[in-house]
Write a protein that binds this ligand. Structure first.
Ligand code: ADP
Length: 322
């Protein structure tokens, strides 16, 4: 852990007001406060019992003083347990709310998209340029909304431990090619070239094809988004024992080193992405990492600011496709 990170962690741990605001608790209910209080009580209790045992011969007084110490420790322990319980319940309710709300939002958004398509197909030549432009903007916004709702639903499923994977045996090269086709229009409009290299022997894996497609879509769309015009994105494979490693490498803006440890946190977006005004939710990498880890693999990255990033994931290979 770097000194900068250690200092930040120490600051966060002992900033009781900040912790209370973040957790929605009173200062005296925060875990750090209770931890400090418990430490103080233990020190005072040891001193007190020592004092009593030195100054009073009566075993009754000793028993009473020890019982009082145990009672205080029990009460603090109880407070800690109830604040953890409160947090766990609030967290569960929040995840359930996000899950239900995003599920309910899916249908009206799908209806909007469907009605836009209907509108465009009903009046193919009849719409003015201005009308077409406005409908295009509505379509773009509703697609953004659909993406956000899908991401939120995936996050809720991950947090509830309910992300179901329908595994099948596939050639990973085919999944990569499909993802490149999906992202091709964005690469063209961003002026970014995508180069891909598939190995001679197919890397066969047993995964949820759609979900790994989502991982590749996320990594590729990030690589395109965070690369300037005339940049290049490369996708290539490496064999590592019984696993295959897929790299999505770009020569884009990169990620500042002080922000790299936050990159897989929910809703995190680096200063670079804010500065360049790119669209995004900060959920793509969190979802991708969880999908890969649940598929038995690992996802990680290397990045240098203003040089580029290399995101890569590994998956266990299987011998043959069934
Ligand atoms: P977003 O929707 O913001 O792209 P992600 O979870 O996919 O969310 O990525 C989180 C953040 O990580 C991004 O906002 C960006 O700051 C950074 N990031 C991800 N991929 C890259 C990349 N290839 N190059 C530079 N920064 C990246």
């Amino acid at each position: 852990m770097s000194w900068h990170r250690f200092k930040k962690k120490l600051n966060d741990e002992f900033n009781l007001k900040k912790q209370a605001d973040e957790l929605g608790l009173k200062v005296w209910q925060t875990p750090s406060f209770l931890f400090i209080a418990m430490g103080l009580v233990i020190v005072i209790a040891i001193g007190g019992v020592y004092f009593v045992s030195n100054n009073y011969d009566s075993p009754e007084i000793l028993v009473i003083s020890e019982s009082a110490v145990v009672a205080v420790l029990f009460s603090i322990g109880n407070l800690i347990i109830s604040s953890v319980d409160q947090l766990a319940r609030a967290n569960k309710m929040k995840t359930e709310f996000v899950s239900v709300a995003s599920h309910q939002l899916k249908t009206p958004i799908a209806e909007i998209n469907w009605q836009i398509e209907l509108l465009l197909s009903k009046f193919p030549g009849g719409l003015s340029e201005k009308q077409q432009l406005l409908i295009g903007q509505i379509a773009h916004s509703s697609q953004k909304m659909a993406r956000l709702v899908n991401d939120l639903l995936d996050v809720a499923h991950i947090d509830q431990g309910k992300l179901a994977l329908a595994k099948e045996d596939v050639d990973l090269c085919i999944v990569v090619k499909e993802a490149i086709i999906n992202q091709h229009p964005f690469a063209i409009s961003a002026g970014v070239e995508i180069k891909s290299f598939c190995p001679l022997t197919s890397p066969n894996v047993s995964v949820d094809r759609k979900r790994v497609g989502v991982v590749l879509d996320n990594l590729l769309s990030n690589a395109i988004k965070y690369t300037k015009r005339e940049g290049t994105v490369e996708i290539f494979f490496e064999t590592k024992g019984n696993a295959v490693q897929v790299h999505v490498r770009d020569d884009g803006v990169g990620i500042p080193s002080r922000e790299q440890h936050d990159i897989f946190k929910k809703f995190f977006r680096s200063n670079n992405s804010m500065k360049n005004n790119t669209d995004g939710t900060g959920l793509g990498l969190y979802i991708a990492k969880n999908i890969i880890e649940q598929s038995g693999g690992k996802l990680w990255f290397q990045s240098i600011e203003n040089i580029g990033s290399d995101f890569f994931f590994s998956l266990p290979t299987i011998k043959k496709l069934t």
